[in-house]
Design a protein around this ligand. Structure first.
Ligand code: SAM
Length: 264
């Protein structure tokens, strides 16, 4: 069957055995794991996960043509869901020892990551997430304070996740080849992190700070707090600093104080 990949669905299929095996090694799936793979495509990675005999394997694929292909390949041996990964309520799938895999479609990779991060008590169920991103996005996720890539995505991702970069992947490892490099990252949900009332507040705050990343932080602080000078003293931050100079933890503390202000 001739298959015309859809660009709109980010259909670049992994064809490099070495990389597929690397993802499997990192995932380290065994019979105790419950596995979700989003965007399984033609099932190249699915097949290797399946061979590790997890307790349960669920795949979520939007393209109906691929659903037919996956049904032919795996039948009822795995759970095949024809849906948009952004529309799934993952809370229903939370079981202990969960591992999530995804060679993510570029256009929704940050949205789906943020959706998973926002799941309540994710750390109680999910052991790790093995995810592939466009390299430029991965660089932003793992960026350190005081670098040009540091921003909202780094702060939100590191809030609940310990993140490790595994490897950069060349376009030729995919068919069709994308224009850009990719990067494989592993996320392990932290057992301890700053408890926030609503992660949307962290999104809001980082949005305010980084929408004008060259400006001094006095401006966003003033916008967010009536008592901004008190806040800056409490956190020992110099109002002349720029948003990229504040480390991750300072943003979580700012968010805590912001949430306290909201209920006053
Ligand atoms: N996992 C396969 C591989 O590595 O060869 C395919 C990866 S490809 C980069 C992304 C996959 O996600 C495609 O199969 C595409 O059809 C699927 N996809 C794109 N958008 C999706 C969505 N919103 N929900 C579910 N699947 C989606």
């Amino acid at each position: 069957m001739i298959f015309n990949p859809k660009k709109s669905l980010g259909q670049n299929f992994l064809v490099d055995e070495k990389i597929l095996n690397k993802i499997i090694d990192i995932g380290n799936v065994n019979f105790e794991n419950v596995v979700i793979e989003v965007g399984p495509g033609k099932g190249a990675l699915t097949d290797k996960i399946f061979k590790k005999k997890p307790k349960k394997l669920t795949v979520i694929e939007k393209d109906e043509r691929l659903i037919k292909l996956l049904n032919n390949k795996f039948g009822s041996e795995i759970d095949i869901i024809n849906n948009d990964m952004m529309k799934i309520s993952y809370e229903e799938y939370l079981q202990e020892n969960l591992i999530i895999f995804g060679n993510l479609p570029y256009n929704i990779s940050t949205q789906i990551l943020t959706k998973w991060i926002k799941i309540n008590s994710l750390e109680k169920f999910c052991k790790k997430l093995v995810l592939m991103f466009q390299k430029e996005v991965a660089d932003r996720i793992i960026a350190d304070t005081n670098t040009k890539n540091y921003g909202r995505l780094s702060i939100i991702s590191n809030w609940k996740m310990k993140i490790e970069k595994i490897i950069d992947i060349e376009p030729k490892s995919f068919n069709p080849s994308p224009k850009v490099k990719s990067t494989l990252l592993v996320f392990v949900p932290k057992k301890k992190y700053h408890i926030l009332k609503d992660p949307k507040n962290l999104e809001h705050i980082t949005n305010i700070f980084f929408s004008q990343r060259r400006k001094m932080i006095k401006k966003p602080l003033k916008f967010l707090f009536n008592n901004f000078e008190e806040v800056s003293k409490k956190l020992s931050i110099d109002l002349k600093l720029r948003p990229q100079n504040l480390d991750h933890k300072t943003y979580y503390k700012i968010c805590e104080l912001y949430e306290l202000e909201l209920i006053k």
